[in-house]
Design a binder for this molecule. Structure first.
Ligand SMILES: N[C@@H](CCC(=O)N[C@@H](CS)C(=O)NCC(=O)O)C(=O)O
Length: 247
């Protein structure tokens, strides 16, 4: 059976990583059996999570994992036109390569309150002394990544202006449809759900979350997918605004 290595579940959502959540959602949408292995991104194939192990093969990066799942198990995008797939790839790049950095900024850099919540969620399973050492080393590393990407060079207001434009684009593209490409879920839905629940369903407060929560179609979409594919988590996040205890 496929082993999915991802962060421990927290906040009543499938995963605090949009990429891990994307893979678990793909597996559920495609009806592929898997087993979760809680992990941190140490000694992983690409130094990041998620990764999977299947038939003695370890595959890192959500895009390569999905290529593998499509070729060996089930392709959620089968039968879609080239034009539909082109639009879907572009939207996935918006989510993974642009909006993600704004989410990362809001957790690791924007406010100290958010950092404390993020730190507890990611490193809370480690013994207390190690937790602080690891978290305090990891934080500057992620801030350098955000700067390297370019997002970290802007003011907070500018960063969230960019994020809000992405949210507007997602909301307009979804419109009143059930899924982004119509009646059936595709890879884009696994990806969009992974990112959107991590923006609007997490205890990380920011103008990005506020803007996401102003889009009723995005809220309905996230609640619908969570209700349909995560029955086991159904009651843990009813309002998309989980409460956490701030240490
Ligand atoms: N392109 C990768 C991105 C994965 C990624 O950025 N994972 C983050 C968690 S959301 C991670 O493991 N970061 C650890 C690090 O950068 O040190 C994918 O699609 O899987």
């Amino acid at each position: 059976m496929i082993k999915l290595y991802q962060f421990e579940r927290t906040w009543g959502i499938p995963n605090l990583s949009p990429f891990c959540c994307k893979i678990e959602t793909y597996l559920r949408m495609a009806g592929i059996e898997y087993e979760i292995k809680p992990a941190l991104p140490f000694s992983t194939p690409k130094g990041k999570l998620p990764y999977i192990q299947d038939n003695n093969e370890a595959i890192g990066d959500s895009r390569f994992i999905i290529n593998y799942l499509k070729s060996i198990y089930k392709d959620l995008d089968e039968g879609r036109s080239a034009a539909e797939l082109a639009g879907a790839i572009a939207m996935q790049r918006l989510l993974d390569e642009h909006l993600f950095w704004i989410l990362l900024y809001s957790r690791w850099q924007y406010t100290d309150e958010n950092w404390q919540i993020n730190k507890k969620a990611i490193f809370g399973g480690l013994p207390p002394i190690i937790r602080d050492i690891v978290a305090n080393r990891w934080r500057p590393k992620i801030k350098r990544q955000i700067y390297g990407h370019g997002t970290g060079r802007h003011q907070a207001e500018e960063i969230f202006t960019l994020g809000k434009l992405d949210i507007d684009a997602l909301s307009a593209s979804l419109g009143s449809k059930r899924y982004f490409l119509g009646h059936q879920p595709t890879t884009l839905d696994a990806c969009a759900f992974g990112h959107l629940i991590n923006i609007i369903g997490c205890p990380i407060e920011s103008p990005l979350k506020e803007h996401g929560l102003s889009k009723n179609n995005l809220i309905d979409y996230v609640e619908r997918i969570q209700g349909e594919f995560y029955q086991d988590l159904k009651n843990s996040n009813p309002s998309l605004t989980p409460q956490v205890e701030i240490p």
